[in-house]
Design a protein around this ligand. Structure first.
Ligand SMILES: [Zn+2]
Ligand SMILES: [Zn+2]
Length: 361
């Protein structure tokens, strides 16, 4: 039996490096050598225990680009019908679908009722903070185009598919839309990028970090406001000065902090839409004046757990834009599997744009 390394979360706030068996793929599945495992803000919430109970011990990592090591019986194409062979680079959607539950077949939605988001670390496993990922039958994966830069694909991680799902659910950004993005972590930056290529007239980004706000400008933001230097009232006034009385037509919550919610409701203009993406990891309540929703005829919608198609769209959008925007340079830190704890601290502190686990280190 051959073994590979994996970063295993044994219990909240305890991560260890384990040697785990490298298992042949099942029929319909694939065994992948991980090239990059994206380190995501939600991983930090999982490790701190804020995201609730998980079937510990688990191998961390739900964002991955890898190279096919071995294909399971019957697999000759990716999940979009492109031929694949060992050695090809792929990007996978980390939730397997059963195609025989109510959510899969009646609602045509995700997440599947029978999904296992994390597998026990002693079982074959698709966690990406590891040398190998074992993709079960039903876990969609897509071949990277030959000219794709894996860093550009990994740069926005699951944030880009999440944003694409959010805009699909709440209506896309169109020509002339005025967009406010709360937070310039990967979700906020992905929202900026999608809004920019969709023809938004203004994209104003709020964050506390000067570095992140500068990156937002490089991805198409037209203005930024520092949370550090302004009060909510000042921000409201600055935005009103800039957008006029109509206000923002689309506000995207990518802050992951509860106080962003009432401010986002406040900043959404008449007939506007407010899309909640970042509060996945922030359990709690916030007061708003519900009458504001009727007065403004506004719409609020949340979104999470993108579908395989959103991963497919994100992959191809990133590859198409990899020369036009500095996507690959968003990968700010590369860390070894054994440095998973350091990587999680980097996302938690906000000191990084996008750390990745690189198993060659
Ligand atoms: Zn299902
Ligand atoms: Zn993620």
């Amino acid at each position: 039996m051959r073994y590979g390394r994996a970063a295993v979360m044994v219990e909240p706030n305890r991560v260890e490096t384990w040697e785990v068996p490298i298992v042949d793929p099942e029929p319909g599945g694939a065994l992948v050598r991980v090239v990059l495992g994206g380190v995501c803000g939600s991983d930090a919430h999982i490790v701190s225990g804020e995201a609730g109970k998980m079937p510990f011990p688990i191998i961390l990592g739900h964002e991955g680009v890898g190279r096919i090591e071995k294909l399971g019986a019957g697999v000759s194409t990716d999940y979009a019908g492109m031929p694949v062979k060992p050695g090809d680079l792929i990007y996978w959607a980390p939730i397997a679908l059963c195609h025989r539950c109510h959510t899969c077949t009646v609602l045509d939605e995700t997440p599947c009722d029978n999904s296992t988001f994390f597998e026990h670390a002693e079982k074959p496993n698709w966690g990406s903070y590891a040398d190998y990922a074992w993709l079960p039958n039903g876990m969609a994966f897509y071949r990277l185009p030959d000219h794709a830069n894996p860093d550009a694909v990994a740069a926005l991680g699951c944030a880009l598919p999440t944003v694409l799902r959010g805009f699909e659910q709440c209506g896309p950004v169109g020509q002339g839309d005025t967009v406010i993005v709360q937070g310039a972590g990967p979700v906020g930056l992905a929202a900026v990028l999608v809004a920019a290529v969709s023809g938004a007239q203004e994209i104003i980004v709020l964050d506390h970090s000067k570095n992140r706000l500068d990156v937002a400008i490089s991805l198409g933001a037209t203005g930024t406001i520092s949370l550090k230097e302004t009060s909510a009232e000042e921000r409201h006034r600055q935005i009103q000065d800039r957008l006029g009385r109509r206000g923002a037509s689309v506000v995207v919550e990518a802050a992951g902090a509860l106080p962003a919610f009432p401010e986002g409701v406040d900043l959404t203009g008449n007939h506007g839409r407010y899309i909640i993406l970042g509060l996945w990891g922030a359990i709690g309540t916030q007061p708003i004046a519900p009458r504001d929703l009727t007065i403004k005829n506004m719409k609020i919608s949340g979104a999470t757990f993108p579908k395989p198609k959103h991963y497919y769209q994100a992959l191809h959008l990133a590859v198409r834009l990899q020369e036009r925007y500095p996507l690959a340079s968003l990968v700010s830190h590369r860390l070894a599997i054994t440095d998973a704890v350091k990587a999680l601290e980097l996302v938690k502190s906000g000191a990084s744009i996008k750390p990745v686990i690189d198993p060659t280190l």
